[in-house]
Design a protein around this ligand. Structure first.
Ligand code: SF4
Length: 66
């Protein structure tokens, strides 16, 4: 799902998760890819947002950009 960068309420936990990879399309849309999907197919590659609860959440020690 696409969301604007910094849309904390619209993205939820993924924004602060070490497994999240932000994908930016050529048109400038932002997509949030779950890296756990590669190792565990029970995680969706592009989870429906916002993610409010997740058993795989792993807090990223580096704060996301504003
Ligand atoms: S593990 Fe959960 S919180 Fe982390 S990126 Fe995947 S879906 Fe989002």
């Amino acid at each position: 799902m696409t969301r604007e960068p910094g849309d904390r309420d619209g993205v939820g936990l993924c924004l602060r998760c070490a497994w999240m990879r932000r994908i930016v399309s050529r048109r400038g849309s932002h997509f949030y890819l779950c890296g756990r999907h590669r190792h565990d197919p029970t995680f969706r590659k592009y989870p429906p947002l916002p993610v409010l609860q997740c058993r795989g959440f792993d807090p990223n020690p580096v704060p996301p950009p504003e």
